[in-house]
Design a protein around this ligand. Sequence first.
Ligand code: FES
Length: 261
Amino acid sequence: DFGTPRSRATETVTLEIDGFPVTVPAGTSVMRAAAEAGISVPKLCASDNLDAFGSCRLCLVEIEGRAGTPASCTTPVTPGMKVRTQTPKLKQLRRGVMELYISDHPLDCLTCAANGDCELQDMAGAVGLRDVRYEAVENHFTPRNAGGDLNPQWMAKDESNPYFTYDPSKCIVCSRCVRACEEVQGTFALTIEGRGFDSRVSAGMASDSFLTSDCVSCGACVQACPTATLQEKSIIEIGTPERAVVTTCAYCGVGCSFKAE
Ligand code: FES
C-alpha cells in the first residue's frame, strides 16, 4: 500500500527521507517515496488508485527549508529534498488530528462490522492515540439543539442498495468513495453535500437513496471506504471472510473487480 498512484515519469529524483537516500520517478509524492523506502506515513484519505486529495491532514511531514508541515500525499518530491516523517512535533500533530476524528465518531468498535478491518481504528493505533479529551456523546449527525436539529433523513442509514449499506454517522468525509465513483468507475453518482458538521456523502438530494441514484452498484465506493460507512451487507450478515479471490473483468477499460468469498 503506497498511498498514492505510481508516477510513470522516466526521469528520476533522489531525495532524503529520515536520513535515507531514496530515488523515485519524478512526480512521485513524498508519501509514496517514503513507502517505497519502507517508511510508512499515517494516512486516511490517500489510496494507491486515487488521485491525492489532501483532506485528512494525517500524513504531515517536515521538509528542510520549508515552513509548516505539508501533506506528504500532495507534495511531489524534488531533487535533494530532506524530509522528516517521525519527529515529536509530527507525532503530536497526528495524534491531535486523530483525536478530533475519534471524538466525532461512534464509539461502537466492538459491535461494528468493520472491527479489525477499519483504517480509522488502525490509524488511531498507529499514531498512539490512547485517550480522547473531548466528550464523545454526539457525532456530527446528532441533532445539536432545539433550533438546529438536522433533518432525520439526513442522518438516517441508507439500506436501499441490495449489496451495501451507507451509515453517515461513521463517515469521516475523506471523499474516497466520491473519488472512486468518479476516477475508478466514471459514474459521478456521489458528491459531498453541506459544510462543516453538516457535510456528508450523498447519492443525490437528501430525500434520495442509493437505490434511486445513478449508482451502478459496482462496489468501488465500498472498497474505497476506510471505515464502516459503506459496508457490504454480506459482511454485516455473515462476517469478514477468511479468504477472498478478486478477479478483474477484462471486458472493458473500467476494470471492475469481483470478489468471491
Ligand atoms: Fe495525506 Fe490524507 S493522506 S492528507
